[in-house]
Design a protein around this ligand. Structure first.
Ligand SMILES: [Cu+2]
Length: 292
């Protein structure tokens, strides 16, 4: 009897703890409430099975307690019980998996007109690229990456000239506008996750992965790398600031385009060379000429 009562109390306590606990998902800030719904359904199904199994165990502990006169029964097959168990298990699995398939279908179907933004992952930080006035991201490749061109954008592609580069872990997005995030990695596997957006995706070197979402409330949200990517993984933080469209546009207008950043890098290099040349020209300097 004691064991049966304890089992029931632990079960009731566990369910109450889940229902009354203050620790749950952080409040959502995107259109992906379907993610929460699928997880809630899983909680309901697994919760019901958990309660049923433990209550049945408690019932057996009480009903079949030790009795010196009782003979044990041997029943290796019970077709009726097996049919019930298989049917119920199948139903439970379908109820848990089917809603996820609908949510996934929506997740990988990007709505027309969603604004493209590239998320650029590297050990250990984030950078971002907006497509600029033409709405198209210029061609890029890891082989083109250099000190002056950290995003590896093809300088010969005219569509890349107006691309806006955010060489910083913080990016801004406009409120209530669908965004199509495209993910590139320079080195290893990463994963871009903003808990409030309920969306995450692996970032794989050599390919471009994506997801889309619509930010539904303003605020500043932490972006985490969700794939163990090396010793600096824990510190691979980003920030997404969701704000009204005007504030977003003002922020974007302050960011440099690819053409501008290349020109700036070029001028800086020229200045550097000029300084070097004057140093070399000083009397007594053994290296009379630079060789590059
Ligand atoms: Cu990472």
């Amino acid at each position: 009897m004691f064991v049966a009562v304890m089992l029931v109390l632990v079960t009731v306590g566990t369910v109450l703890f889940h229902l009354l606990s203050p620790w749950y998902f952080t409040p959502i800030a995107s259109n992906w409430s379907a993610m929460d719904t699928t997880i809630d359904i899983t909680f309901w199904v697994t919760g019901a099975v958990f309660v049923a199994v433990i209550f049945f165990t408690a019932y057996c502990a009480y009903k079949y307690k030790y009795d010196a006169n009782r003979r044990s029964e041997y029943e290796p097959e019970n077709k009726k019980l097996e049919a019930w168990l298989i049917t119920l298990t199948t139903l439970g699995v379908i109820v848990m998996l089917a809603p996820g398939l609908f949510a996934w279908n929506e997740f990988v179907t990007v709505p027309k007109g969603a604004a493209k933004v590239e998320v650029f992952a590297k050990q250990w930080g984030w950078a971002y690229r907006f497509p600029g006035a033409d709405g198209v991201l210029g061609k890029s490749g890891v082989k083109l990456i250099s000190d002056n061109n950290p995003f590896g954008i093809d300088p010969k592609d005219p569509k890349g000239q107006d691309d806006i580069l955010i060489n910083d872990s913080e990016m801004h997005l406009p409120l209530n506008k669908p965004v199509h995030l495209l993910f590139r990695s320079v080195d290893v596997l990463h994963n871009f996750f903003v808990p409030q957006f309920r969306a995450k995706m692996d970032i794989i070197p050599g390919t471009v992965t994506y997801y889309w979402f619509t930010p539904t409330r303003t605020g500043s949200f932490d972006a985490l790398c969700f794939e163990l990517c090396g010793t600096g993984h824990y510190n691979m933080r980003g920030k997404v600031v969701v704000e009204e469209e005007d504030a977003f546009k003002a922020w974007l207008a302050k960011q440099p385009t690819f053409a501008k950043s290349m020109a700036k890098a070029g001028t800086a290099a020229e200045k550097g060379f000029a300084k070097l040349d004057s140093e070399l020209a000083k009397p007594g300097n053994k290296n009379s000429k630079r060789v590059f």
